[in-house]
Design a protein around this ligand. Sequence first.
Ligand SMILES: [Zn+2]
Length: 241
Amino acid sequence: MNLKDEIRKLAELQELDSQIYELNREHDVTKPESLQKIKTDFQEKQSTLAKFETDLKNLQLKKKEREIELATKEDSLRKAQGQLYQLKTNKEYQAKLTEIGSLKADISVAEEEVLKTLEEIDVAKTKLDQEKAVVLEIENKYKLQEGKVNQEIKDIEVKLSSLNSKRDQLSREIDKTIAVKYEKLILSRNGLALAAVKNNNCSACHLALTHQKINEIKMYDNMVFCENCVRMLYLPEDIFQ
Ligand SMILES: [Zn+2]
């Protein structure tokens, strides 16, 4: 086994695995999160719409109550007016006139209340219609966006399946002992098992490597690991010269 050749294959494998790791993250986290965000925005708007609908219903109930109140007072007025000519004494007549006057004033207030509520209903209806338009627009956007993200997820799956078959083929060509170590690191080190040495530092965790460590790498007797992040180390200038 030529260790340099193995490392060259590992570096290719790592390149594929980095792409796979990134695509998996998009597939499992980024895309579902963006779908969830669009959904939440839409649901928030829907709950505002529901609130406006309740407001309108409450106003319509209030209007009904006020109309009943008005009808009751109008009924009392009619009754009082009917009684007026059956009264015998002037005192009773005057008292009834006062009652009628007071009922008329009440009716005028009640009529105003009904009108005020009608105006409030108009305002609430306008608000509701506007909100309905907003929700419809957001719903359309949501559906478009959802379709788009779902398509992106499918595209990622296609890419992943092609990358995964490439990586499986490549990993079979790598020395078993090294491949096993590499696979363990890929799983435990966020998809990065093999780190290039750049300016005498581990490019993954930025640990400054000793000359002795660099020399160990250059001997190509054994795989050398970073003392800090425990990743496999390699010198790109040696491998890809
Ligand atoms: Zn390191």
